[in-house]
Write a protein that binds this ligand. Sequence first.
Ligand code: IGP
Length: 255
Amino acid sequence: MDDETAVESSDLAPAVASILASARERSVSGERVSVRPRSLPDRLDVVGNDRVPVIAEVKPTSPTTEGTRTDDPVALAKQMVSGGAAALSVLTEPDHFGGSTETLTRVREAVDVPVLRKDFIVRESQLDAVEADVVLLIARFVDDLPTLLAAARDRGFQVLVEVHTESELERAIDADATIIGINNRDLARLEVELETFERLAPDVPDGVTLIAESGVTTQADAARMRRAGADGLLIGSAIMDGDVEANTQRLTTRA
Ligand SMILES: O=P(O)(O)OC[C@@H](O)[C@@H](O)c1c[nH]c2ccccc12
């Protein structure tokens, strides 16, 4: 038996699972690459045993937010972790979301949870801009999803593939995405409908880590997404607005 797969890492203490993961290497396209050791699926699983597993998003501003939050993003990230966030998402898009790659680097150094790079990645060279545990690929914006997914994995990234429609979900599944995010926000109209997650979730195969993205503002919303099958919730605005630690604490507490 292959001793790397003999132990399911989700059965292990988080620290041990993390050591095990960092010891694993895989070969893609003939190259040896180490997989980022902070596993998002494992971490969501562990935290989900007693809290709502939330990926809290450092998003200083957005096209649907008023004003820009100018306090230190690293301090906000630490408050999110103290408030019980399972993982973090950091916007690196500067023009519309107030993000920066430098912020992501600093945040990742300051915490030990998995960190997602939230940006609009459409070509391979963008993957080399900054270190992260997980990168986002938005199905709608990526023409050749299997190729970019492979390129990201070649670099050792875990990949979250974001979808908003049935046909995008089909493309994500065909590309063998193992982490899929269903975005409740329509990126064309910027309107949020939690029904989107409920409608698409039943079509997601078992074994895929499923994330509900956008529009969760209350504990009731969070419970609703969990009931519909979310393994994790990506929450930005509702955490960024006001006391970040208290907001995270509230939204990671089961209703
Ligand atoms: O602030 P919200 O509604 O909690 O949403 C967070 C996150 O889902 C949203 O920021 C987002 C989802 N997909 C994106 C793609 C790019 C930029 C931002 C996003």
